[in-house]
Design a protein around this ligand. Structure first.
Ligand code: NAP
Length: 501
């Protein structure tokens, strides 16, 4: 950490490339068909901590999107025929290069996304783990033989890559949301076109620099920057693209599902969440407080897994609240480049405005402001870590995803009621519960209508788990063997007439 803090302290916005050990990682061009591509039209990328300009990327449209798709299609036959073990070697090399350059990658991420450096470093390791894990898993994409129901026949089921894939990714995890998709796609034998969020393209382009160095063949992995609507429509309309994986809001997910229906593609959707966090009276209170801090304030609350409703049993509500507010007040908010920060700026004005609107609405309807509740003096995009008490179902924050550092506390008295309340949402991504009663832990986690449940822990993600939600939080899973299957088709072959000479 020492080296990275020295480098972070030396950054003054005009000298970023001088500070990086590998200045070439900060690319201001898109990467299409193995070539670096520029344009007269550009998108400006800024640092959310101070609004300073970090650079630009090309503002590309449908012609370049089609070029990337054609290149992926051309590269597909050779890549899909390569042995899985050889694809794994390339993916492993790519992961190793990410680790070797982790300080630079983390600095680039903090500069464009705002998250504290420790979180950026954590994300780089998490992101690299997908290349490593999927490379290995690709070797185990087993099929089946089926005991025949037809005389003289043999029935074989195998897995084949779906073809050209596309990924549309958000700004909150600028590296991991790409590697979670590209790692699975490439390990399965697919080629992929990635369209990163406009706010955080540099992390994506740095991955492309390392892809080239790792020996990923041209056309197998392209990164196209530019107009979200035009590029996404081109990806959806193209009959060549056989699979789209999207991470982002439920609202945009719905649009993409509709657009892609024209040529019936495989779709994976990792959408919004509204996580309940249930603190039962029989839990370890200190662990619950610590868990609820992590589950709410990681990534400054801009996380689809972030707690959006904190249900606390009435018998411990006051004790929990006191400790939780104290722990929240102790969190350090500041420029993510500075040492030991817990929270950074939010991504954009829209994100801050949403926090303000949720807090104002809750206070109008009778919630209590227990700490925070305003923009911070450090800058326009800094919003204070906030706790609201006595939140009720009529408040907007109870139903809508805040995607910011605001924790709403809700009192409950009965297990059946709290399960019902926790499930009363269109979302179903992640839920959390704290209890020391093992029977209750099983009973409640079974009853929660969520794709993922953290029991006595705020941390449960990783390359080997099936990440994803139910209801309007998504379709499909990323990570785990399910994540690999999402990039594969099942092929059934029946060999008949085998009894003949
Ligand atoms: P977003 O507005 O849905 O944007 C996601 C991506 O879609 C960006 O690349 C964006 O491009 C693009 N996009 C925006 N409007 C589009 C349109 N009309 N057509 C096609 N593409 C479009 O979401 P966000 O604000 O970046 O991220 C926050 C949301 O993502 C939250 O709801 C969160 O819960 C969800 N999320 C879910 C997961 C998960 O795994 N389930 C993980 C992270 C985030 P531009 O950048 O150019 O706008």
């Amino acid at each position: 950490m020492l080296h990275i803090h020295k480098k972070a302290a030396a950054i003054d916005n005009s000298n970023i490339e001088d500070v990086l050990d590998a200045p070439g990682l900060l690319r201001q061009q898109a990467y299409i068909d193995g070539s670096w591509t520029s344009s007269n039209k550009t998108i400006t990328v800024t640092n959310p901590a101070d609004g300073s300009v970090l650079g630009t990327v090309p503002n590309l449209g449908d012609d370049k999107a089609n070029q990337a798709i054609e290149a992926a299609n051309k590269a597909f036959p050779a890549w899909s025929k390569m042995l899985a073990k050889d694809r794994a070697i390339i993916l492993r090399r790519w992961a190793d290069l990410m680790r070797k350059n982790k300080d630079d990658l983390a600095l680039i991420m903090t500069l464009e996304q705002g998250k504290p450096l420790a979180e950026s470093l954590g994300e780089i390791e998490y992101a690299a783990s997908f290349f490593e894990w999927f490379g290995e898993e690709g070797k185990r994409a087993y099929g089946d033989t089926i005991p025949s129901h037809l005389q003289g026949s043999k029935m074989i089921v195998s897995k084949q890559p779906v073809g050209v894939a596309a990924a549309i990714t958000p700004w909150n995890f600028p590296s991991a949301m790409i590697t979670r998709k590209a790692g699975a796609a490439l390990a399965a034998g697919c080629t992929i076109v990635v369209r990163p969020a406009s706010e955080t393209p540099f992390s994506a382009l740095a991955l492309a620099v390392l892809a080239e160095e790792a020996g990923v063949p041209k056309g197998v992995f392209s990164v196209i920057t530019g107009d979200a609507i035009e590029i996404s429509r081109t990806l959806c309309d193209s009959p060549i693209v056989r699979k789209i994986s999207f991470t982002g809001s439920t609202e945009v997910g719905r649009i993409l599902l509709e657009q892609a229906s024209g040529n019936v593609k495989k779709m994976s959707m990792e959408l919004g969440g509204h996580a309940p966090f249930i603190v039962f009276e029989d839990c370890d209170l200190d662990k619950a407080v610590k868990g609820a801090i992590g589950a709410k304030f990681a990534t400054t609350g801009q996380d689809c897994l972030a707690v959006n409703r904190l249900y606390v049993h009435e018998s411990i509500y006051d004790a929990f609240t006191k400790k939780y507010v104290a722990a929240t007040k102790a969190l350090k908010l500041g420029n993510g480049l500075e040492k030991d920060m817990d929270l950074g700026p939010l991504m954009n004005e829209k994100a801050v405005a949403k926090c303000e609107a949720h807090v104002a609405d809750a206070l109008n309807k009778g919630a209590k402001l227990l700490c925070g509740g305003a923009r911070d003096a450090q800058g326009n995009l800094f919003y204070q870590a906030t706790v609201l008490g006595d939140v009720t179902p009529d408040m907007d924050i109870y139903r809508e995803e805040t995607f910011g550092p605001v924790a709403p506390l809700i009192k409950f008295s009965d297990e059946t009621d709290v399960i019902k309340a926790a499930n009363d949402t269109i979302y179903g991504l992640a839920a959390y519960l704290y209890s020391d009663n093992i029977r209750r832990c099983h009973r409640v986690s079974d009853a929660l209508e969520y794709g993922m449940v953290g029991v006595n822990t705020p941390k449960f993600t990783g390359a080997s788990i099936p990440f994803g939600g139910v209801k309007q939080s998504g379709l499909g899973r990323e990570g785990g063997h399910e994540g690999l299957s999402d990039y594969m088709e099942t092929k059934y072959v029946c060999l008949g007439d085998l009894d003949s000479e």
